[in-house]
Design a protein around this ligand. Structure first.
Ligand code: ADP
Ligand code: MG
Length: 260
C-alpha cells in the first residue's frame, strides 16, 4: 500500500467527526471518497496529508507512520489540493505552478534550471502552455482548476489528494478535469485520492470508492459494484433507479425521491 489510514479517529473541539476509519490506497489507483455533507470526507483527506493529526490511529505513507516524518519528505511524495483554495493576488499561471517546486528547493530557495523545466512540463501536461503568462484571476473555472493541478504536478508527487476538484465547475469543465486526472493516472501512474460530490462521476472515474457516513466507512467497493438501491437509501437517503452504461462499462443512477 502506498497510503493507509489505520483505525483513525479525529475530533474538533472534543467532537469526534471521524470514527475508526480504515483506508487502503494502492499505488496507481484512483480512490474516491463520497458521502453526504459533513460526513468527514475533507477531514480524512487532511489527515491523509498530515494537515490534521489524528487523535488515535495511524497514517502510513509507504508503510511508514507519517507522525514523525519530515514535512519536506512528505511534500515530495504527496500533494493536496484543498476544497477551498485562495489565489494569491496578481499571480501568473507560471508563478502559481512554480509554488509547487518549493518543497524541493535547497538552501536559498531559488528556482534552478531544472525547476523551470519541471514547471514547463507541468504546464504542458495540463495544456496550459499558451496561458502561462495570464493572471490566474482571469482564467475560466476549468482553466483555473488545471492550473492548481499543474501546481500539484510541479511538486512531482506520487500521490495527489484532491478535495472536490469539480465543485463549482460547469459540466464540461467537470469532465475536462476528470479526464485530465484519468490521463495523468494512466500515463504517469500517479495515484489519486479524491473527494467527489457526483456519485455517477465517482463510479465512472475511480477504481475504488469509499462511502462515508457520519464519520465512518459505510462500505468500500470496486467502483463497478457500489451502486445498489440499498446503498443509495442507506448512505444518501434517496430512492433511485440504476441503469447500465454499456459503452463505458459502468452503471449510473437517477435519483427519484428522498427517503422519508
Ligand atoms: P465533508 O467534507 O464530508 O463535508 P468535513 O470533514 O468538512 O465533512 O466535516 C466533518 C464534520 O466536522 C462536520 O460536522 C463539520 O461541521 C465538522 N468540522 C469540519 N471542520 C471543522 C473545524 N475546523 N472545526 C470544527 N468542526 C469542524
Ligand atoms: Mg468537504
Amino acid at each position: 500500500m502506498i497510503l493507509q489510514a489505520k483505525n483513525v479517529f479525529i475530533s474538533y473541539d472534543k467532537k469526534e467527526v471521524v470514527k475508526n476509519i480504515n483506508i487502503d490506497v494502492k499505488k496507481g489507483e484512483i480512490v474516491t471518497i463520497i458521502g453526504p455533507n459533513g460526513s468527514g470526507k475533507s477531514t480524512i483527506l487532511k489527515a491523509l496529508s498530515r494537515t490534521l493529526k489524528p487523535d488515535k490511529g495511524q497514517i502510513l505513507l509507504e508503510g511508514n507512520s507519517m507522525k514523525h516524518m519530515n514535512t519536506k519528505a512528505i511534500a515530495q511524495k504527496l500533494a493536496i489540493l484543498p476544497q477551498v483554495k485562495r489565489v494569491p493576488g496578481d499571480i501568473t499561471v507560471e508563478a502559481l505552478v512554480g509554488y509547487g517546486r518549493y518543497p524541493h528547493l535547497g538552501f536559498g530557495h531559488r528556482l534552478q534550471k531544472q525547476d523551470y523545466e519541471i514547471i514547463d512540463w507541468a504546464l504542458e501536461k495540463t495544456g496550459l502552455g499558451a496561458l502561462r503568462l495570464r493572471f490566474v484571476e482571469t482564467l475560466s473555472g476549468g482553466e483555473r482548476q488545471r492550473a492548481w493541478i499543474a501546481m500539484a504536478l510541479a511538486q512531482k508527487p506520487e500521490i495527489l489528494l484532491l478535495d472536490e476538484p469539480t465543485t463549482f465547475l460547469d459540466i464540461s469543465y467537470q469532465l475536462e478535469t476528470l479526464e485530465l486526472i484519468k490521463e495523468l493516472n494512466q500515463t504517469l501512474g500517479l495515484t489519486f485520492v479524491m473527494v467527489l460530490h457526483d456519485l455517477n462521476q465517482a463510479v465512472r472515474y475511480s477504481h475504488k470508492i469509499y462511502a462515508l457516513n457520519k464519520g465512518q466507512v459505510h462500505c468500500c467497493k470496486e467502483s463497478g459494484s457500489i451502486l445498489t438501491k440499498e446503498f443509495l437509501k442507506k448512505v444518501f437517503r434517496i430512492e433511485g433507479d440504476i441503469l447500465e452504461d454499456v459503452t463505458n462499462k459502468c452503471s449510473y443512477f437517477i435519483a427519484q425521491k428522498v427517503v422519508q
